[in-house]
Structure formats: C-alpha cells, structure tokens
Design a protein around this ligand. Sequence first.
Ligand code: MEV
Length: 311
Amino acid sequence: MEIGTGKSYAKIILIGEHAVVYGEPAIALPVKSIGLSARVAPLPDGRQEVTSAFFTGDLNAGQLTNFAGIAMLIRRLLVFFDASKQGFHLTITSALPSERGMGSSAATAVAVVRAFYDAFQTPLTRTALLNWADISEKALHGNPSGLDAATASAEKPQWFVRGKSLRSIMMPRNGVLLIADTGIAGQTKVAVDLVAQKLKQAPKVYRPLITDIGTAVRQAALALAQDDIIMLGQLLNRDQADLAALGVSSPELDRLINVAIDHGAYGAKLTGSGMGGCMIALAAEDQAPTIIQALKAANAVKVWEYHFETK
Ligand code: MEV
C-alpha cells in the first residue's frame, strides 16, 4: 500500500429528486467549489484510523452511527485488496455540510474508494466506483437511486435514470443558481421512507406526483436544450409543488423558496431529500445580489452562488 488520494464534489439536484428512486429521470450538478478529499496512508502497526471534518474515530470502535456505512465500505475494500489486516490512517477533508441535501455521504464514499484504489495502484472504472459507493449508500439510506454518487463523481452536470442512463447535459448560457441552507438537518432515509410509505398507503394520490415530476424533468431537458431559462424556472416551481404535496418540504424551506420568488427568482425548490437541508433558486445574474440579501435576511445560514459552466 502507498499513500492514496481521492476527491469528489457536493451535488445539487436541479430537478427530479425522490421520483428518481422510482425510475423517473433527474438532472443534477457537481458543485466543484464545494469539494471533499480523502487521503489514506499506510500505518505499520496495524491500527485503522479515520479522522475528518465530520467524524473522528477508530474504524473498529463502531460508535459513530452515521459512519457505519463508510466503515463497512472500507472493510470490503480491504478484503477486495486482500489487505484486511493492513493498518492505515484515512483523513477526510470536507467543505460539504452533512445532512443538508448536498450528498455528503455519497461524496465521502466516492473519495474514499478513489483514495484506496490509488493507494493500491489499481485502475478504477466509473461503474466499479458507483457499485462500491452503493454499498455505503444502501447501508445509510436503504434504497438509494445512485444519483448522489453519480453526481459527486462527475465533472459535468448529469442526466440520470436509475440503472439505465448517465450522461452529461448542457446548462443554460445565462443565469445563476443560488443555494441556501436552512440550517436544519434533513435525513435522506427518513424522507425516502416517508415517500415509500405514502406510495404504499395511497398510490392513487401519490403515484401521479411521481409521474408529474418525471414529466417536469423531461420538459426541463427540453428547456435546457432551448436555453429557455424562464421555462426552466417554471418547471422548478412545478417540481417544488409536487415535492411539497409528497410531504418532503418544510416550513423553513417554504419560507426561503417564497422569499426567492418574491425577490425575482425564475423558480425555486428544495434540493436533495428535503425535510430540512438546502433550497435552490434560479435567477438572472443581475437579480442575484438582491435575492442573496433577502435569503440571508430570512435566516438562511449560508448562501452559495453556482455559476453554470457553458462548455
Ligand atoms: C437524495 O439526495 C436524493 C433522493 O432522490 C434519494 C435518491 O435518489 O437516492 C431523495
């Protein structure tokens, strides 16, 4: 084993979360300005340690519940490399807030897998990377679509259909996405389980919402192809209405979304699993400062600006 490194990015779902679990398409973006990196170095005495921005501990201690999936992933990686007894120190450095809909668990998995493959000097395909990330994502979320890891490992915005399609997609030439954090934790498993329960209990009420999200995502792809940012904004609003009807918005998310719309955003919605976490607003460049100020005045704990890459 050598010293190995791996990186990944925060992800923002532009449109299609939750319905993507049930086979509808989604569009998501890696946010390269919010990154995560993993560095693994061999330890001669057999100790297996992990330190990071969000958790510190001994891999064998198992006291960190939100880390259990990553610990399991690391154990499986070591078996794969025939190095179960190998000592190492893994450091994870992250600019991603956790439990805010930005994909911190998937980004951790992606960077960790890349770091171990680098340490064992083994080439890694994208498919293998996503299969590995699925191990910890399943342990943490139960039924992940795979969208988070696919985006955290990408360099460009992605069009994603579970198990079927993963490709880059063009973004608008103009405009900016504002990402605002409510400061409230939202757990993916809780939100995904809630939607599953509702679909089981009242399919006639909730299934059409899933289908409508899928339709909005397909129309969003058309709006992107036509560089129609106004239509895209309207589709984000329609998606938010469906997500709220599914029960995964929250009063804090609704407040920030309304503030963004009232201050001139083309559209706004929650992003990620919801029930807390972050919202996004699509805006014209010259409108962004006003909206940012209003979001901060409405208690957003942090606001990021995401400028579309046009190449
Ligand atoms: C979570 O970031 C996105 C969800 O659609 C769940 C998933 O795709 O696995 C809510």
